[in-house]
Design a protein around this ligand. Structure first.
Ligand SMILES: *Cc1c(COP(=O)(O)O)cnc(C)c1O
Length: 348
């Protein structure tokens, strides 16, 4: 049912991608005079005078081992935000096509749609922050190219029912993007093992959250070989810089440290929930599968401002539909969480 040629933009189908010096010669050589680099070096301790590997082969090989997905099914972006943008540019004709988002959800889908002049159809989540499958089915038309599902969802924190996502994957002839930025914290299984099952699945993950590398800007998309090929064609040739590739590769060997932090974050999350529960301005704390919690309060704006005055910044989501009165609080270190609790206990 899914046919990539039916949803690919014609200009992208016909695109001859930029061919870099590193694409045209990949063998062994000792003298590289093909890329107009400065052959003398860099004014740094480390040498960065050579262009990085456009296909990030080593990072992908390491990710392939960790994730159990072949390297040819992995795309790397300058953050997963770049992968989102490339999906729009590959599949959505500006001014013609549309995408479906399911608010309240991650804000970049909408911004990226607006930048690319792609119409957005909003189908609100239900009261318990799950998919409204009927509403989505009604919203789909012949120009609907992408559906974005964030699970665990930002800012609500919950995972989306797996069966519902599978229903979409099985019935939608466009691409279902499952954004798993917070999957390392989740009790739910990742969708990356389902790539062979669904040709229209794109899973997004990132090194920015649990992996602690937000500053490096490395995001991943996992999809069929044919979708990955399109994304590689559209991406800027050297989209992951040399420093990010080298450091990501080093970091990927420290998986044990990351797992310790994940465990500790989850313990801290439970602890924070227990302390918040007893505060009289807290009306509800939504179940979280992520490293943050969504907290419904009686007076979000003044609590937010009070915390700012005490040097503590949380995210005010109280103006977001279905999140009225809510603050989104990221789980910090034990000391930071304690400071938050102590400060909130003195809020009047
Ligand atoms: C933080 C976040 C991202 C951003 O990832 P980058 O790889 O840093 O661009 C993507 N999706 C969701 C849902 C996020 O919360």
């Amino acid at each position: 049912m899914f046919d990539i040629n039916k949803i690919l933009r014609t200009n992208i189908k016909n695109l001859t991608p930029y061919s870099s010096a590193r694409d045209e010669f990949q063998g062994e050589a000792s003298v590289f005079l093909d890329a107009n680099e400065n052959a003398f070096g860099s004014p740094l301790v480390q040498a960065y005078n050579r262009y990085p590997d456009p296909m990030q082969y080593q990072v992908k090989m390491r990710l392939s081992q960790i994730k159990g997905v072949p390297a040819r099914n992995i795309f790397l972006g300058n953050g997963s935000d770049e992968a989102i943008d490339i999906l729009f540019r590959s599949f959505c004709n500006p001014g013609v096509d549309n995408v479906i988002i399911v608010p309240p959800t991650y804000g970049m889908y909408e911004v990226s749609a607006n930048i690319n002049d792609v119409q957005i159809k909003r189908v609100l989540l239900t009261q318990d922050y799950q998919l409204n499958l009927e509403g989505i089915a009604e919203a789909i038309d012949e120009n609907t190219k992408l559906i974005f599902i964030c699970s665990p969802n930002n800012p609500t924190g919950n995972s989306i029912n797996r069966d519902d996502i599978e229903t979409l994957l099985a019935n939608f002839s466009g691409i279902v993007v499952v954004d798993e930025a917070y999957i390392n914290y989740s009790r739910q299984k990742t969708f990356i093992q389902e790539l062979t099952e669904y040709a229209n699945l794109v899973v997004l993950q990132t090194l920015s959250k649990a992996w602690g590398l937000a500053g490096l800007r490395v995001g991943m998309a996992f999809a069929s070989e044919e979708i990955i090929e399109v994304m590689n064609k559209v991406k800027p040739p050297y989209n992951i810089n040399e420093a990010s590739q080298t450091l990501a590769l080093q970091a990927l060997d420290n998986i044990d440290q990351v797992n310790v932090w994940i465990k500790e974050t989850l313990q801290q999350r439970d602890k924070l929930v227990l302390s918040l529960k007893h505060m009289d301005f807290v009306q509800d704390i939504y179940p979280s599968d992520a490293n943050f919690i969504l907290v419904k309060t009686t007076n979000a704006k003044s609590i937010y401002e009070y915390l700012v005055q005490h040097g503590i910044i949380v995210r005010d989501r109280s103006k977001v539909e279905l999140c009225e009165g809510c603050l989104r609080i990221t789980i910090g270190t034990p000391q930071e969480n304690e400071e938050l609790i102590n400060t909130l206990q003195q809020f009047k």
